[in-house]
Write a protein that binds this ligand. Structure first.
Ligand code: S3P
Length: 161
């Protein structure tokens, strides 16, 4: 199997849409979905019951078991340095980049647990994480169409995969 491509990026950068597109012709794992299947509980309820620290621990474990052409991660995967090291060691890290306001418009009415903290807190999270996403092997402009992004990924697969 070729090197996995890990898709990272803040909430609302379009990781899920990209996933839906890529899975038409690739093996794709979505870590958030894997999390919910594996634990049998949805992420907001998991946060309520066990807290973010427990979530991060499980998320890291699942990351280390995931094998696919593309592994689409949750926005907080960059919170643990060990996750970044793991992804770098296994494959290629691709970040989706989009301005905060665009992300916010997409996520503000969602049930994501961290969104409950409000816009000011989410903006601060975005600013804090941005340099972490920037450490990816490739940072892609997520304002481009899903097709264009997938095309770039295809080309990168040819070179790096
Ligand atoms: C999180 C992002 C979510 C999910 C969880 C935590 C984060 O995934 O993993 O709610 O810390 O940014 P998406 O980026 O797919 O929304």
């Amino acid at each position: 199997m070729s090197k996995p491509f890990y898709i990272i990026g803040f909430m609302g950068t379009g990781k899920s849409s990209l996933k839906q597109y890529l899975e038409k012709s690739n093996h794709v794992i979505d870590l958030d979905e894997l999390f919910e299947t594996h634990t049998g509980i949805d992420i907001p309820s998991y946060f309520d019951r066990y807290g973010e620290t427990a979530f991060r621990l499980q998320e890291s474990r699942l990351l280390q078991h995931a094998r696919a052409d593309y592994i689409v991660t949750g926005g907080g995967i960059v919170e643990r340095e060990a996750n970044m090291e793991w992804m770098r060691g296994q494959g290629i890290i691709i970040a989706l980049d989009l301005p905060f306001e665009v992300c916010w418009e997409r996520i503000k009415d969602s049930d994501r647990p961290l969104v409950r903290n409000g816009k000011v807190a989410v903006r601060a999270l975005y600013e804090r994480r941005r340099p972490l996403y920037a450490r990816a092997d490739h940072v892609l402009d997520a304002s481009l169409s899903t097709e264009a992004i997938a095309h770039t990924l295809d080309q990168l697969k040819g070179v790096e995969g």
